[in-house]
Design a protein around this ligand. Sequence first.
Ligand code: NAX
Length: 333
Amino acid sequence: SKDPVRVLVTGAAGQIGYAIVPMVARGVMLGPDQPVILHMLDIEPAAEALKGVQMELLDAAFPLLKGVVATTDVAEACKGVKVAVMVGGFPRKEGMERKDVMSRNVSIYKAQASALEKNAAQGCKVVVVANPANTNALILKEFAPSIPPDNITCLTRLDHNRALGQIAGRVKAQVSDVKNVIIWGNHSSTQYPDVNHATVRTSCNGEDRSVRELVADDPWLNGDFIATVQQRGAAIIKARKLSSALSAASSACDHIRDWVLGTPKGTWVSMGVYSDGSYGVPAGLIYSFPVTCDNGKWSIVQGLRIDDFSREKMDATAKELSEEKALAYSCLN
Ligand code: NAX
């Protein structure tokens, strides 16, 4: 049988942490035949709650779970991990300045970057979930220079999955029959959910048909659809009085699973990755692109046609990310 893989979840005593650890322990992230050892990190005020989660993991008797490390020590948490899911961060609170929130997260991600660099296993794959996710990932990359930039990503798969769900609902298809939507840019309300290349497998003959052709309602696709996906996080908070957790956890599992095990042929997914300048996106930002994965490596899908409408939206979200980057850097001094 396979050797266990060590998976780090930071912020593990929080909402998303509570939803994701059982998924990891059940093989949802790395496959049903891959044993895991869970490393859970949180901060001192949450230490007691973290112990409780550890007790529940024991009580659930997961066959694939070969060990649990629950700690408030960052170095111990990072020791030997092959996958790091960075959920811990400083949330924006009512009345706080953007700069203050950024500054708190910059110091967290700077410290955790060094801990990962010193302690993680070779080839560790990192996904940052905590907001501002793209910029936290960029800071992590900057302060972990020995980790290849390609190994540091942020989560936009939740936005991608939300877009699949909205299209499926609109055309009355199964969500599993919709593919190749794209989330461009920032995991924020400036993200651009793009359906210009998306398709739906039709039930009559199993053929893929374009979403534009099937929906045939450009005002909806260019208006309400985009706004709904962009504002979905706020809609969940309004309904639940808490932010998205199970969907975020599930999407983070999708992100890592597809990265490690590969995307299905003919299908791409959205990941926040280090920009190489593709599609005229400034190099050096962590920006969400369409990617395919093979052999543990992602590559940006090339050659897609970008119309003027898309161009404008892709540039707007890039501009926001450049501003976030500048703000983050100003917090370093
Ligand atoms: P919670 O507040 O429930 O949990 C966060 C946990 O992180 C807490 O237990 C806290 O003690 C811990 N923490 C704080 N600082 C830490 C540090 N320095 N090291 C380790 N742990 C630390 O938030 P939750 O709802 O779980 O959301 C977590 C993060 O995900 C937030 O930043 C949130 O904005 C972000 N989200 C990102 C999404 C995405 O798609 N990228 C979607 C969902 C979510 O909103």
